[in-house]
Design a protein around this ligand. Structure first.
Ligand code: OSB
Ligand code: MG
Length: 367
């Protein structure tokens, strides 16, 4: 396609409740949205999953905006015609920036698939028409508040609970929830909050029958995770450490992870995500689709990916209502613990432009 116009905007959406992790507390989501228009007037949308500050990943909203404007978009515009498959190749000389790159690739892919009248799910190789939903539960003020929040999600039908943990909010929190919900699939996410000598402490989680411990150590500490995997019986699952197919290959070869959380933004896009999925299927490593508190635009695309056959664990693909009072697309509503995979062309949903304009704090066009 020929890119004729790109629109970048920043929106702010309040969260229904504060989301506290080991790296900070968020009360609203600032999102960089990308719209591309081709020479036939066909539009593609994507959201960049970077957060306001570089606390989960080195990327952040205004940094991604700058990277796109200064380097990535000019590189794409220097080509007379591009396909979505060429986007990662054209952007490869610029190091890092996976979240910014993923957003541009996805917007181009959305427009391309719309012009071919194909859904993202069928393009990626989806085999399911609905996906099992888990939910990520932030660190609470006390055990009673945590129990109340978890109960509301279990009552809503969520099929797996993930508790955010950090030193001081781990064994007791898990024990409390496990006692109240003896059979719910349960896992924890530390977002790098522990260190190499915490193996004995984390092994205390083994008695609670957890599916996995997500990213206990520093994102660069692959050997530390491999050593920890020998000290704890609960499977280790990497999130932040997996930023590409190659990093997934390394982590598997070094036995640092036996489950992988695939987040398309973190690995540079949906095309790279499918490669990681295929690697994991080949190695019999279960995968699940992570989340970044996406709006309906990112959620629609994540559901398409989560419908691939290797996604055998419920993901952090929760309903719109878990995050936002009003979503920017038609809301994703859970039915019996599942979300339906969109079937329309491209990502299958569009933003409500009136609402989007209301929550836009910055907007610019690149011709
Ligand atoms: O580590 O998985 C994470 C949200 C923002 C940044 C990192 C993470 C998360 C979540 C929530 O756990 C996932 C979601 O529900 O979108
Ligand atoms: Mg995580």
């Amino acid at each position: 396609m020929k890119l004729s116009e790109i629109e970048l905007r920043i929106i702010h959406l309040p969260l229904v409740r504060p989301f506290r992790t080991s790296f900070g507390t968020q009360t609203s989501r600032e999102v960089l949205m990308i719209k591309v228009v081709d020479d036939n007037g066909i539009t593609g949308w994507a959201e960049c999953v970077a957060m306001s500050e570089p606390l989960y990943s080195p990327e952040y909203v205004t940094g991604c905006l700058d990277l796109m404007k200064r380097f990535l978009i000019p590189a794409l515009k220097s080509k007379a015609e591009i396909t979505a498959e060429e986007v990662p190749v054209i952007l490869k000389p610029f190091l890092g920036g996976q979240m910014a790159k993923a957003a541009l690739e996805t917007a181009v892919l959305d427009a391309q698939l719309r012009s071919q009248n194909t859904s993202l799910a069928s393009y990626l190789g989806a085999t399911k028409d609905r996906v099992e939903c888990g939910v990520s539960v932030g660190i609470a003020n006390n055990l009673e508040a945590l129990a109340e929040e978890v109960k509301s999600y279990v009552d809503a039908g969520y099929r797996r609970i993930k508790l955010k943990i950090e030193p001081g909010w781990d064994i007791e929190a898990v024990k409390h929830i496990r006692n109240l919900h003896p059979n719910i699939p349960l896992q924890v996410d530390a977002n790098q909050a522990y260190s190499r000598n915490d193996g004995k402490h984390l092994a205390k989680l083994d008695e609670f029958n957890l599916l996995l411990i997500e990213q206990p150590l520093d994102e660069h500490d692959i050997l530390g995770h491999a050593a920890l995997a020998k000290e704890v019986k609960t499977p280790i699952c990497l999130d932040e450490s997996i930023i590409s197919l190659h990093s997934a290959e390394d982590a598997l070869a070094l036995k640092a992870t036996t489950v992988i959380n695939i987040k398309p933004g973190r690995v540079g896009g949906y095309i790279e995500s499918v490669k990681i999925h295929d690697l994991c299927v080949k190695n019999k490593i279960p995968v699940w689709c992570g989340g970044m508190l996406e709006t309906g635009i990112g959620r629609a695309a994540n559901l398409a990916l989560a419908a691939l056959p290797g996604f055998t664990l419920p993901g952090d693909t929760s309903a719109s209502a878990r995050y936002y009072k009003e979503d920017i697309t038609v809301p994703f509503v859970m039915d019996d613990g599942y979300l339906t995979v969109p079937t329309g062309p491209g990502i299958g949903v569009e933003p409500n432009m009136q609402f989007l304009d209301e929550i836009t704090t910055h907007k610019e066009f690149i011709k």
